[in-house]
Ligand binder design. Structure first.
Ligand code: BTN
Length: 249
């Protein structure tokens, strides 16, 4: 894939919502369209949560991907994106881990979240991927978030230009998305396993109506999590909020 020149907006509700409206107005906008915003007034996260980012401090952007891949591969796209984010972070001196299915962590603190909206279209898969990456969030702001959060600034003590971080990420995303487009999750599995948080540890996956517990044993062909439950049975988990307590299995 190839990215178009980034459109920077000063303020928008959500870059995902904005890109979706652009697509509805003109379905022919190219794959690789990128919308970034200095400020989001209604940033969206997973499970209907809000995504908080102080204006100007952090990276919030979305890109469009039109692809012909197997529909079953779609849930693992955020995993390919998370690997690109993790690789980019190491270029800024941050050693990050990826957390199933769509987060990037440093220790147990979240530095990046990914939200992929699947737009239904007759003959193509159309996806809007939104990425929120904490760049210059200071400790006082991170403490206001209801879950442990961090940023490049907190981890390294160095302020980065948000535009520079975006360019560095846009340089790395095509090769990860290219690999994923060719072979789905199996193509990136080795890299995922090498930096996946919680593998081999006790895990809880919270879903809307239930809580699953077990050992995070592996990831399946399409990126689904494989949980080994107390009774020895293996359960494939496709969605949910993963918590690992760090204890070794
Ligand atoms: C999550 O971890 O819950 C996903 C967070 C995704 C946030 C990004 S910021 C850019 C894009 N626009 C949004 O409204 N959300 C995504």
């Amino acid at each position: 894939m190839k990215f178009e020149k980034t459109t920077w907006l000063d303020s928008v509700d959500s870059t995902n919502t904005y890109l979706r409206a652009m697509l509805e107005a003109d379905p022919s906008i190219p794959s690789g369209t990128v919308i970034a915003a200095k400020e989001q007034t209604a940033g969206r996260g997973q499970f209907g949560r809000t995504w908080l980012a102080t204006p100007g401090q952090n990276l919030t952007f979305s890109f469009l991907l039109k692809t012909e891949v197997d529909l079953a591969w779609v849930p693992s796209l955020p995993m390919a994106i998370a690997l690109a984010v993790s690789e980019t972070l190491s270029a800024f001196g941050v050693n990050a881990q990826v957390k199933w299915p769509n987060d990037v962590l440093v220790g147990n603190r979240k530095i990046c979240g990914i939200l992929v909206d699947n737009i239904y279209s007759k003959n193509q898969i159309v996806l809007i991927s939104g990425i929120g990456l904490n760049v210059n969030m200071p400790e006082e702001e991170a403490e206001k978030i209801d879950r442990p959060a961090t940023s490049i600034l907190i981890e390294t003590g160095v302020t980065q230009q948000v535009e520079v971080v975006l360019d560095a990420l846009l340089k790395r995303l095509p090769s990860w998305i290219g690999r994923w487009s060719e072979g789905g999750f199996p193509e990136i599995k080795k890299d995922w396993i090498a930096c996946a948080a919680g593998l081999g540890h006790r895990a809880i996956v919270r879903q809307r109506l239930r809580k699953l517990e077990g050992i995070l044993e592996d990831f399946g062909e399409n990126g689904e999590l494989i949980l080994k439950e107390e009774n020895g049975q293996r359960r494939m988990v496709w969605t949910g909020d993963l918590e690992t307590n760090g204890s070794v299995a």
